[in-house]
Design a protein around this ligand. Structure first.
Ligand code: SF4
Ligand code: SF4
Length: 228
């Protein structure tokens, strides 16, 4: 067990900003859309964190719970004590990745999929999710029309007035190399690059434990995560 999880948590400005004092009123849970559709409960998360019990905190970092929040920030608008449960969750997520505890939960393990889709698309294209990489083999939820759209994307996106594949302003335009370099610098400076490396490293260990092939891109472990 990693020592002094609280000390680590308290280094995160989001935690310091997010938790003043909670009196357990439950207003955040009442407004929370994630709580509406699951048994996720931000009030309980805040309550666990402010108790400062290392064992309970470790349990939380290893749980599915911290990955259920949609980061909508509705909780920030209503808390009568000025807390922001969302910021606390963000700090907990960061610590779960730092410590490698994220691989202990099913939702936490999906961080690898988020990193390899959203994270890498941002660095490669400047968009969170880019049309060229989304096919129906991996993303069947796009529906059957998606295949047709991809096969005819140049003419369709032209007719829709987008700037796909063009060096001009507008939707889906090519992002300049200079801007992509800036994005990479932001990732480096904020610790995101290092966090990506940790996600890969700990996920590789988990794949080994499960005896599933692990390389990069859409390897078997990625497919296992994405499809389960
Ligand atoms: S609304 Fe604020 S005070 Fe009430 S339970 Fe949530 S965090 Fe605590
Ligand atoms: S930010 Fe997270 S915890 Fe807050 S209301 Fe939205 S889903 Fe719920």
């Amino acid at each position: 067990m990693m020592k002094d999880l609280y000390k680590e948590l308290e280094k995160d400005v989001r935690y310091l900003e997010g938790l003043k004092s909670c009196f357990n009123c439950g207003v955040c849970t009442a407004i929370c859309p994630a709580a509406e559709v699951s048994d996720y409960d931000p009030r309980i998360v805040v309550n666990i964190v402010q108790q400062k019990d290392e064992a309970e905190l470790e349990k939380l970092l290893k749980s599915d719970t911290i990955w259920m929040c949609g980061e909508c920030l509705s909780c920030k608008t209503r808390c009568p004590r000025g807390n922001t449960p969302c910021y606390i969750i963000q700090a907990l997520r960061a610590l779960s990745i730092e410590t490698g505890f994220f691989i202990e939960s099913q939702q936490g393990r999906k961080q690898l999929a988020v990193k390899r889709i959203v994270g890498e698309h941002i660095l490669k294209y400047g968009y969170c999710v880019f049309i060229d990489e989304i096919d129906t083999e991996m993303y069947p939820e796009q529906g059957p029309i998606w295949d047709w759209l991809r096969q005819n994307k140049e003419s369709i996106l032209e007719r829709l007035g987008t700037s796909y594949n063009k060096e001009q302003s507008g939707t889906l335009r090519n992002i300049s190399q200079e801007s992509l370099n800036d994005l990479k610098k932001i990732f480096d400076e904020t610790g995101a690059t290092q966090r990506f490396e940790k996600i890969e490293k700990y996920s590789s260990g988990k794949a080994k434990e499960l005896n599933i092939e692990f390389n990069d891109g859409n390897d078997d472990y990625f497919k296992y995560l994405y499809n389960k």
